[in-house]
Write a protein that binds this ligand. Structure first.
Ligand SMILES: [Zn+2]
Ligand SMILES: [Zn+2]
Length: 132
């Protein structure tokens, strides 16, 4: 999904810029503390901006951490589904860039007579630098 920013509101741009410059996923209140200087004072403003950014696929929510991270996968084709590798040691998060994952999981679900809709996959372990 190409990052087109022209339709973003000012608040959405501010939140997106912060996430672009941060490696780790950020919680909504951390986001708020970081952008308070720019005139965003209410958590609701942050949540609204995040909702829109998630809807457009620019940002993903990591459910287990209740935190948000920018999408770095230019081929990210799923807005509702997310797949992450999360390091248990350094907390680094990377998005799994595999476009047929959705298809694989859908087939897997079908085998159990289950109708796949979407997924939030979080795989825990050690990242490359921590695993060495
Ligand atoms: Zn993505
Ligand atoms: Zn690590």
């Amino acid at each position: 999904m190409p990052l087109k920013n022209e339709n973003l509101t000012r608040n959405q741009k501010i939140v997106l810029d912060l996430l672009k410059n941060t490696k780790e996923p950020l919680g909504a209140y951390t986001i708020l503390t970081n952008i308070e200087k720019k005139g965003i004072k209410a958590p609701l403003q942050v949540y609204r901006a995040l909702d829109k950014l998630i809807e457009s696929g620019k940002v993903h929510k990591i459910e287990s951490k209740n935190a948000y991270i920018i999408c770095k996968n230019s081929n990210c084709n799923s807005l509702k589904s997310t797949s992450f590798l999360i390091c248990e040691k350094c907390d680094s998060v990377s998005e799994i860039k595999r476009n047929n994952l959705k298809q694989d999981l859908s087939i897997l679900s079908e085998e159990s007579g289950f109708n796949y809709a979407n997924h939030n996959l979080e795989i825990y372990g050690l990242c490359k630098s921590c695993g060495d």
